[in-house]
Design a protein around this ligand. Sequence first.
Ligand code: FE
Length: 237
Amino acid sequence: MAENEKALWDRRGFLRTAAASTAAGALPTVAQSTDDEHDHQDLPSDLALRVKALESLLVEKGLVDPAALDVLVDTYENKIGPRNGARVIARAWADPAYKARLLADASLAIAEVGFTSGQGEHMLVVENGPKVHNLVVCTLCSCYPWPVLGLPPVWYKSAPYRSRAVIDPRGVLAEFGTHIDEDVEVHVWDSTAELRYIVLPERPAGTDHLSEEQLAALVTRDAMIGVAKVSPPGEAS
Ligand code: FE
């Protein structure tokens, strides 16, 4: 836990520095960002614009089918990526010792299941409970735990989500159809390129008889970001 506490402390220090820079009129620039795959500004980066231009050219010349590209993106955004995370969550629900390891050192415990790659070197799992609900955002851009969640959804990268998740988390959650009781605390976690968060949702009632694989099938991407809860079997999520 000491490493996690240090990471959280570093994050707070980073936020203070960023706030001080902003207050002083010296906004952090792209050049100041570290190893993030994207820059911290609203306009698309040069790289994103170049990729878009290349894609348009390939489509125009008939070398690439845009529908095939959409399928590819959808696969990584919705199918493969989040299924990895769902396996991790299901294992944590089924195996208390694994859950303890996951909460103590998420990156190590996730690597144990076989998921390692860039954009996920330092991950932290935050656990939901009867009195705590966690919500993940990247207020600066779109930092996201790729090894367990794949590519971030478009709304996660949008300016309204990034700002409103912090200002009015309960309002944002309500728009996702997730209503949090007043006596439940909502914790908002701000991801960075250095530290990315995953929510460990509450295991739904009536799932004692389910296998790990069946449990994993219940876990959604949105539940691991914290904008949804995991529904019991048979209920729409
Ligand atoms: Fe980011």
